[in-house]
Design a protein around this ligand. Structure first.
Ligand code: ZN
Ligand code: ZN
Length: 418
C-alpha cells in the first residue's frame, strides 16, 4: 500500500491455528513479503536470505480477527444525538475506537452503517491506525424505520439531501422503489462495498417496534437487484422470523442480529445460503450499561425482548446449518466489550466455532475467502501472535488485546511486545 515500507518477515517456532482445520500445526514457518503471505512451509526448509526472522517462542499464530458488524462512527450510544454532532467531532471520536479495535486483534471490520470510503481509504493509506474497513456508507431505512431518528412531533426536522448527510448518521431515510434504487447507486458510487438496509424494527431508534417489518418486498427486491448489478450484496438488520423470511426471500444475503428467528426460518436461510451475523454482546452490554451510556428509556425497554432470545438463536442457526459471522454492534463507551462476543459464542457453540465466526466464515461473508481469515500463500498478512491457545481457552482473545504479543496487518507490525 502507498506510503508504507515493504518488509520481508519470517515467523518461526509458532503453533499455527488454521481455523479451517480447527487444530494447531507445528513445524511450519510463515513468510511475509509486502502486504501478503508469500509462503507457508516446513520450518527451515529454505535459506532465509535478508528476511527478518522472528521466533514466536511456541506461541499461537492465527489470522487477524474480523468483526462483521460494527459502527465505528457511533461514539455516542444515542444514535439520534450521534447523528447531530459536527463531522470533525465524529471523526476525532472515532480515532480511539478504531485504534482500540486493532489492539484487540480485529484487523478487519465490516461497518454496518456510518463509515464510508474515505475513512476506509485513510486506514488503507496508513494515515490512521485501525482495522481494514468494508464500509456500507449510510444504511437505508424507510420513513419511521430503524434508521429514522426523528422523535414523534419532529416532523419538520426532515432529512437533508444525500450530498450533505452528517458523518454521525448511520442511516439515511429513503422510500419508494425508484428512490431506493437511486440511493443504492449513490452509496455504491460513493464507495460502499455492500448495501445495508433496515428490514425490521430495532432497539436504538424511537418509533419502530421490533415486531414491525420494514420496506415493502418491491423495495427490498429493487435494492438487491441494484446490489447484484454491481456484483455485491445486501445485509439486512432483521429480528423476527417474519422479517428475516421476507428479506431472505427477496435475495438478502446476510441477516444481522436475527434474535427472534425460528427453526423453519433458519432452515430457509440455510437452503438459500444466507449467513447470520448475531450480535449478542450488544444486548448483554446494553442491558448492563445502556441507560448510563445515554440510551433513551424507550430503547432500554426493548432490550430484554431480544436479549433472552439471542442465545437461543445461536443454537437455532447452528442446528439448521446456517453459517454465522462475528458481530458486536456496540455503541459509544460499550465498544470496549467488542471481543466479549467471542466468549458468548464459545459458551454456546464452542471455541472453534467462535474463532471461525471471526476468521474463515467472516471471510466468506466479505467474499474474500483465501485472502482474509486464513494463513495461506497469497492471503493478506493479517496475523496475531497469541500468548495461549484459543482452542483450549478463548480468554486469551478476550479483553483489550492483553495476550496478543504481536499484531500484524497487511504485513505491517502494529504491535510487538515479544
Ligand atoms: Zn441493527
Ligand atoms: Zn448495527
Amino acid at each position: 500500500m502507498t506510503g508504507k515500507t515493504t518488509i520481508s518477515l519470517i515467523l518461526r517456532n509458532g503453533q499455527l491455528l488454521d481455523p479451517g482445520k480447527g487444530e494447531l500445526l507445528s513445524g511450519l514457518e510463515v513468510q511475509i513479503d509486502g502486504e501478503r503471505i508469500s509462503a507457508v512451509r516446513e520450518q527451515g526448509s529454505v535459506a532465509v536470505g535478508d528476511a527478518q526472522v522472528i521466533d514466536l517462542g511456541g506461541r499461537t499464530l492465527m489470522p487477524g480477527l474480523i468483526d462483521c458488524h460494527v459502527h465505528v462512527l457511533a461514539s455516542n450510544a444515542n444514535l439520534g444525538v450521534n447523528a447531530l454532532q459536527p463531522n470533525a467531532i465524529i471523526l476525532y471520536r472515532a480515532l480511539p475506537i478504531l485504534a482500540a479495535m486493532l489492539q484487540r486483534g480485529f484487523t478487519t471490520v465490516r461497518d454496518a452503517g456510518g463509515a464510508d470510503w474515505a475513512l476506509a481509504r485513510s486506514i488503507a493509506l496508513g494515515l490512521v491506525p485501525g482495522p481494514r474497513i468494508f464500509a456500507s456508507g449510510k444504511a437505508l431505512s424507510q420513513t419511521g424505520g430503524h434508521g429514522d431518528m426523528r422523535a414523534r412531533g419532529e416532523l419538520l426536522l426532515s432529512e437533508p439531501c444525500s450530498c450533505c448527510f452528517r458523518a454521525g448518521a448511520i442511516a439515511r431515510v429513503v422510500d419508494g422503489v425508484d428512490n431506493v434504487r437511486l440511493a443504492v447507486r449513490e452509496e455504491l458510487q460513493q464507495g460502499a462495498t455492500q448495501i445495508k438496509i433496515m428490514a425490521s424494527g430495532g432497539v436504538s431508534s424511537p418509533t419502530d417496534p421490533i415486531a414491525n417489518t420494514q420496506y415493502s418486498e418491491a423495495e427490498i427486491r429493487a435494492i438487491v437487484d441494484e446490489a447484484h448489478a454491481a456484483n455485491t450484496y445486501v445485509m439486512a438488520h432483521a429480528y423476527t422470523a417474519r422479517a428475516i423470511r421476507r428479506a431472505v426471500e427477496c435475495g438478502v444475503r446476510t441477516i444481522e442480529h436475527g434474535n427472534l428467528v425460528d427453526a423453519p426460518t433458519a432452515a430457509l436461510m440455510a437452503a438459500k445460503g444466507a449467513f447470520a451475523v448475531p450480535t449478542q454482546v450488544t444486548y448483554e452490554m446494553l442491558a448492563e450499561h445502556g441507560a448510563a451510556a445515554g440510551l433513551p428509556a424507550e430503547s432500554v425497554a426493548k432490550i430484554e425482548d431480544v436479549r433472552q432470545a439471542g442465545r437461543n438463536a445461536l443454537k437455532l442457526f447452528a442446528e439448521a446449518g446456517v453459517e454465522m459471522g462475528y458481530g458486536s454492534d456496540l455503541l459509544g463507551e460499550m465498544h470496549q466489550y467488542q471481543s466479549y462476543e467471542l466468549k458468548i459464542r464459545a459458551q454456546v457453540l464452542g471455541n472453534l466455532a467462535a474463532i471461525q465466526s471471526a476468521t474463515s466464515v467472516a471471510a466468506k461473508i466479505l467474499q474474500r475467502e483465501g485472502e482474509l481469515g486464513c494463513i495461506a500463500p497469497g492471503a493478506l498478512a493479517d496475523l496475531l501472535v497469541v500468548d495461549g491457545n484459543p482452542l483450549a481457552s478463548i480468554d486469551c482473545l478476550v479483553g483489550q488485546g492483553e495476550q496478543l504479543a504481536m499484531i500484524i496487518q497487511s504485513g505491517q507490525v502494529q504491535k510487538n511486545v515479544m
